[in-house]
Design a binder for this molecule. Structure first.
Ligand code: NAP
Length: 244
């Protein structure tokens, strides 16, 4: 896929899946904006990616940060073609013991963050009459998961946000889709207890954990012109976890 002359912004892209998505867009010729909560981490990743990658710190929960982020991107590249809402965290625990703060923090970053970013992106993309938004949900947003009431609710909310934005923006040439990764090996899953890891992997039909590259390939497809007639969809990248 060729993304020359396209500008792609990936939130939470200093590391993990977001970083690999950003790297993949850069390899395919796009200008890439690395955005994360820590400026030094953004700059390090942007310099390692090289090419037309720029670093721009933004906390997705801050409307001011997001306004500034989009101003920086449009000042530099004049347009924004692709936005990937990737920033996300977990604060796991059984619901009856879950702190209200852990609920709020996860919903703020994973869901409200995507809302704020989508709102700013939509204003620009509607004027351009072109845009691709890809949201990184999760299989647990479709199935629920014990110990992840906050996280799975945020990821289910993200699927509803995907479908709603697709309906609101489709007439202006903007598509909005989601991917729902299963068990992908990153720092996020490295923190899981061994029993949880074994449980997830026992359900993977393809018999191996996913990689950030598996997710990135699907994101690039949904962001490409080849996916021009696909909107409001959720694509599971889970090695068959959902069917087992
Ligand atoms: P990760 O390695 O923890 O990376 C998440 C990134 O988001 C980090 O760089 C983090 O920054 C950043 N971030 C956190 N809070 C932020 C905020 N308020 N504003 C901007 N950036 C923020 O996680 P990952 O495994 O790559 O996950 C990426 C996405 O995929 C997440 O949405 C996750 O829910 C989703 N996902 C992952 C899996 C999996 O198996 N790994 C499965 C399904 C879905 P810090 O480093 O400073 O915290």
């Amino acid at each position: 896929m060729n993304f020359e002359n396209k500008t792609a912004l990936v939130t939470g892209s200093a590391r993990g899946i977001g970083r690999v998505i950003a790297q993949s867009f850069a390899t395919a010729g796009a200008n890439v904006v690395i955005s994360d909560v820590d400026q030094a981490a953004c700059e390090k990743t942007a310099s390692e990616i090289g090419g037309a990658a720029i670093a721009c710190r933004a906390d997705v929960t801050s409307a001011d940060d997001i306004d500034q982020l989009f101003k920086t991107v449009t000042d530099k590249f004049k347009r924004i073609d692709i936005v990937v809402n990737n920033a996300g965290i977990t604060r796991d625990g059984l619901m009856i013991r879950m702190d209200e703060k852990d609920w709020d923090t996860v919903l703020d970053i994973n869901l409200k963050g995507a809302f704020l970013v989508t709102k700013s992106a939509a204003r620009i993309m509607m004027k351009q009459r072109y845009g691709r938004i890809v949201n990184i949900s999760s299989v647990v947003g479709l199935t629920g998961n014990a110990g992840q009431a906050n996280y799975s609710a945020s990821k289910a909310g993200l699927i509803a946000l995907t479908k709603t934005s697709a309906k609101e923006l489709g007439s202006r040439g903007v598509t909005v889709n989601a991917v729902a990764p299963g068990y992908i090996e990153t720092e996020m899953t490295a923190a899981l207890p061994e029993a949880a890891r074994e449980f997830f992997l026992s359900k993977v039909v393809l018999g191996r954990p996913g990689t950030p590259e598996d997710v990135a390939r699907a994101v690039l497809f949904l962001a490409s012109d080849e996916a021009a007639y696909v909107t409001g969809q959720v694509l599971a990248i889970d090695g068959g976890m959902m069917i087992s």
